[in-house]
Ligand binder design. Structure first.
Ligand SMILES: Nc1ncnc2c1ncn2[C@@H]1O[C@H](COP(=O)(O)OP(=O)(O)OP(=O)(O)O)[C@@H](O)[C@H]1O
Ligand SMILES: [Mg+2]
Length: 326
């Protein structure tokens, strides 16, 4: 009977295993800088931009991991880390179509309350998010301050409550391009960063992720707004990083990449980790449907150039990829 092989590639979701992280040494170092400066009370807000599938969320999650002092992420760094560092509380928010700045603020607050109460051993009600959104909306219509200033007011309490076990807070928002009305998000981020500075909340750092137009609308919101954020613009991985990604993922499986298969994969992916995972996932499945060959008594399968071509055709057929243009 054919066996079920665990596929080590994970198309269409950010990497969950730091052990499979490839490349991005410089970006990780800058991400760690972001963490260290926030913990030291000298925050530099960060904006991660880049095209779809380039690895924005994966990089952001590794920065979140470093903020939480997770050793698997700190271990990716080629710099010395502080063994006595305390965590930053992370408030994650992933945007959905139709949401606005009230949802961002309310989700951040609810996540932080949960993080602080977990540390204090208290229970939190999930329905709180809905109540918070409603409250923030009322505040806005009655002109009692902007969403950003109301958020900063609540944050200041949370930071005070968490001082005993955390060195600060990371406000993290991903997929901000899902919020169609970028004209609302950009001024919100600008006012938020200004209010944080104004209120002396120096251990709160913002980490936002979006496609390139987020940077443009931030710059448009105010010429100085973009300067409040340090931008990491992600470009494709190098060919060596792609080879490294594939080889590392295949460790511990019955499958290896032939050099011709590897080069076909490198050429097709053009440095996009999303394409590497998509094609390699399918190629791994394809070689699994064939009998293995024996190499010194061990069963092995090899991904060849033909497997990569077939994988690409399958993905084009499924609408996951578009045919190459040149
Ligand atoms: N540095 C990396 N090493 C290995 N795999 C990666 C790396 N970066 C991203 N990936 C993989 O590439 C795919 C796309 O990554 P990710 O979701 O982070 O991209 P994204 O830019 O956030 O995409 P989107 O624009 O769709 O939100 C995922 O399958 C992820 O596991
Ligand atoms: Mg993403």
């Amino acid at each position: 009977m054919p066996q079920i092989r665990v596929n080590p590639f994970s198309p269409s979701r950010p990497l969950a295993d730091a052990g499979l992280f490839a490349g991005r040494a410089e970006e990780l170092r800058r991400g760690y800088q972001f963490v260290v400066q926030a913990a030291a009370g000298n925050p530099r807000h960060m904006l991660i931009t880049g095209p779809r599938g380039i690895g924005k969320s994966t990089l952001a999650l590794s920065i979140v991991g470093m903020s939480r002092v997770e050793t698997q992420y700190l271990g990716l760094l080629d710099v010395d880390t502080d063994p006595a560092a305390r965590p930053l509380l992370v408030a994650p928010y992933i945007a959905q179509v139709g949401q606005g700045t009230e949802e961002i603020a309310a989700t951040w607050i609810a996540r932080l309350r949960r993080a602080t109460s977990a540390s204090l051993g208290l229970q939190v009600d999930e329905a709180e998010i809905g109540l918070l959104i409603a409250r923030l909306k009322i505040r806005r219509t009655t002109q009692e301050g902007t969403v950003a200033s109301r958020l900063v007011g609540i944050l200041s309490d949370i930071v005070g409550d968490s001082r005993a076990f955390a060195d600060g807070v990371v406000l993290y928002a991903d997929e901000l391009d899902q919020i169609a009305d970028q004209s609302e998000v950009a001024p919100f981020l600008k006012v938020l960063s200004e209010q944080l500075a104004h209120e002396g909340l120096r251990n709160v750092a913002i980490l936002v992720v979006g496609q390139d137009d987020l940077a443009e609308s931030l710059a448009k919101a105010h010429p100085s707004a973009i300067r409040l954020f340090e931008q990491i613009h992600l470009t494709p991985l190098s060919d060596d990083d792609v080879r490294d990604l594939v080889d590392t993922a295949l460790i511990g499986t019955d499958t290896k990449a032939h050099s011709a298969g590897m080069e076909a994969l490198v050429a097709a992916a053009r440095g996009y980790p999303s394409a590497v995972h998509l094609i390699a996932h399918e190629a791994f499945t394809i070689v699994g449907s064939r009998p293995a060959t024996l190499d010194q008594g061990v069963e092995v399968r090899r991904i060849g150039a033909g497997d990569v071509r077939m994988a690409i055709e399958q993905e084009i057929g499924r609408g996951e990829m578009t045919p190459p243009q040149d």
